[in-house]
Design a protein around this ligand. Structure first.
Ligand SMILES: NC(=O)C1=CN([C@@H]2O[C@H](COP(=O)(O)OP(=O)(O)OC[C@H]3O[C@@H](n4cnc5c(N)ncnc54)[C@H](O)[C@@H]3O)[C@@H](O)[C@H]2O)C=CC1
Ligand SMILES: C[C@H](O)[C@@H]1OC(=O)[C@H](O)[C@@H]1O
Length: 260
C-alpha cells in the first residue's frame, strides 16, 4: 500500500478529481480529511455529494472526516489543519485540488468572475499549502504536497483567460515551495491533467463536436477519468517518489505533445 496509515487532506474532495484522490488514497491505506464547498456542489445540484465519499472510504475500512470550507477564505487552511490534528493527530499529505472554471469570454469578463477564480484556484492553493507546510514543519516529520495544476498552465483557452493564469500560478507555487520547504523534508509537486470528464466541463463537452475534437487530439483516444489523475497524485504523495520535488506531471493522454 502506497499510503499506509498516512493522514491525507484533500481539498475539493466531494466530486470529480478530488473525490477520486480521496478514495484512491484510502484504498492505499490512508485516513482522509475531505474538504469541500457546499455552495459549489449545490450549483451542480450535487449537494449531498460528500456523504457518498464518506461512505466509499468507510467501506474501504479507513477513516474520513468532512470539513466544509471555502479555500478562498484565509482561515480555511488553518481550520483544516486543526480538524486533521484533532481527528487523526497529524498531517502527512496535502492534495491541493479545489478549483473552479466558469467558462467566459475575455472582452466582457465580469470582474467578479475573474476575482473569484483567482481567489479559489490560486489564493486558496497558496493559503492551504502554507497552513499544511507550517503543520508539517511543526511535526518535524516532513510531508508531501501535490497540487492539481493543469495542461492549462502550459497552453491557453479563449474562454479561460481568467483560469489558465491560476493553473500556471499553481505550477509555479509548487516549484517555489519545493525550494522553500525542501529543508524541512516537505516535497511539493503538481499534476497537470488534460481534459478529464467531470462536472467542471460537462456542459462544455455536451457540445458533441467539441468532445469529438478532444478525443481526436488525444493520442490515447479518450477523455481522462478522475482516477487517471488520482493514481498519479497518490504516487507523487508516496515514498516511491521520495526524490521527486518541484516536478509537474502531465496526465493528459498525450494531448499536449500532439501538434500533428
Ligand atoms: N476536469 C478537468 O478537465 C480538469 C480539472 N483540473 C483541475 O482539477 C481540480 C478539480 O476539478 P474537477 O474535479 O474537474 O471539478 P469538480 O467541479 O468536479 O469538483 C470541484 C470540487 O471542488 C470543490 N470546490 C469548489 N469550489 C471550492 C471552494 N471555493 N472551496 C473548497 N472547495 C471547493 C467542490 O466542492 C468539489 O468538491 C480543479 O482545480 C481543476 O482546475 C485541471 C485540469 C483538467
Ligand atoms: C474545464 C476544462 O475542460 C479543463 O480544465 C482544464 O484545466 C483543462 O485544461 C481543460 O480545459
Amino acid at each position: 500500500m502506497l499510503l499506509k496509515d498516512k493522514i491525507v487532506i484533500v481539498t475539493g474532495a466531494s466530486r470529480g478529481i478530488g473525490r477520486a484522490i480521496a478514495v484512491t488514497a484510502a484504498r492505499e491505506g490512508a485516513d482522509v480529511v475531505l474538504n469541500y464547498w457546499g455552495d459549489n456542489d449545490a450549483a451542480y445540484d450535487r449537494r449531498p455529494a460528500i456523504r457518498e465519499v464518506l461512505d466509499d472510504i468507510a467501506s474501504l475500512g479507513r477513516r474520513a472526516i468532512a470539513v466544509e470550507g471555502n479555500v478562498a477564505a484565509r482561515e480555511t487552511g488553518p481550520a483544516l489543519m486543526r480538524a486533521a490534528v484533532d481527528a487523526f493527530g497529524r498531517v502527512d499529505v496535502l492534495a491541493s485540488n479545489a478549483g473552479i472554471c466558469p467558462f467566459h469570454a475575455f472582452l466582457d469578463m465580469p470582474p467578479e468572475v475573474f476575482e473569484t477564480t483567482m481567489a479559489v484556484n490560486l489564493h486558496g492553493a497558496f493559503y492551504v499549502t502554507q497552513a499544511a507546510a507550517n503543520q508539517m514543519k511543526a511535526q518535524g516529520t516532513g510531508g508531501a504536497i501535490v497540487a492539481t495544476s493543469s495542461i492549462s498552465a502550459l497552453v491557453g483557452g479563449g474562454m479561460q483567460t481568467h483560469y489558465t493564469p491560476t493553473k500556471a500560478g499553481v505550477h509555479s507555487l509548487m516549484q517555489s515551495c519545493a525550494i522553500a520547504l525542501g529543508p524541512y523534508g516537505i516535497r511539493c509537486n503538481s499534476v497537470m491533467p488534460g481534459t478529464i470528464a467531470t462536472d467542471l466541463n460537462a456542459e462544455d463537452l455536451s457540445d458533441a463536436g467539441k468532445k469529438a475534437y478532444f478525443e481526436k487530439r488525444i493520442p490515447l483516444g479518450r477523455l481522462g477519468a478522475p482516477e487517471d489523475v488520482a493514481e498519479c497524485v497518490v504516487f507523487l504523495a508516496s515514498d516511491r517518489a521520495r526524490y521527486v520535488t518541484g516536478a509537474a506531471l502531465l496526465v493528459d493522454g498525450g494531448m499536449f505533445v500532439n501538434l500533428q
